[in-house]
Design a protein around this ligand. Structure first.
Ligand code: DQA
Length: 138
């Protein structure tokens, strides 16, 4: 059975409440249940943290074992050399996802430290970005 780890970064614990016009009305927990029903053949695990170092720790912890990592690093996407170095250091492939189309937004969201070290990027399809990332692993 394939193991896929989803990792969400800062403020993504507020999905459903946070800027619904940008990020929608659904909580990630409820969306995750839908994903588990849709992909019963996968072991899907989920981790969220608002703390940069905890995201690095999780990447190091799972990044030599799981078949794929889906990472939405939130605002750390645009700032974190430490997360980019963690992705470089592990062996599991990482897909960068974003709920919103960051290229339609402020220019500081147009640069990602992570895109160049990820297998690919899925940007702007709402929560469906995560499903598309899963499909790419199977
Ligand atoms: C985001 C886009 C980032 O720019 C922002 O800081 C987030 C969410 C997205 O999923 O659209 O927190 O990663």
């Amino acid at each position: 059975m394939k193991r896929i780890q989803i990792i969400n970064g800062p403020n993504l614990n507020l999905l459903g409440k946070r800027e619904p016009s940008v990020y929608g009305n659904q909580t990630f927990e409820s969306y995750l249940e839908e994903l588990k029903v849709k992909f019963p053949e996968l072991t899907l695990t989920y981790f969220q943290s608002n703390v940069e170092g905890e995201l690095v720790n999780k990447l190091q912890e799972v990044g030599f074992d799981v078949d794929g990592i889906i990472l939405n690093a939130g605002a750390y996407t645009h700032t974190s050399i430490a997360i980019a170095d963690a992705i470089r250091s592990i062996t599991s492939p990482v897909i960068e996802v974003h709920i919103s189309n960051v290229y339609q937004r402020e220019s500081f969201r147009h640069h990602s430290y992570l895109s160049g070290v990820c297998k690919g990027c899925i940007v702007g399809f709402g929560l469906d970005s995560y499903r598309l990332a899963i499909e790419s692993f199977i």
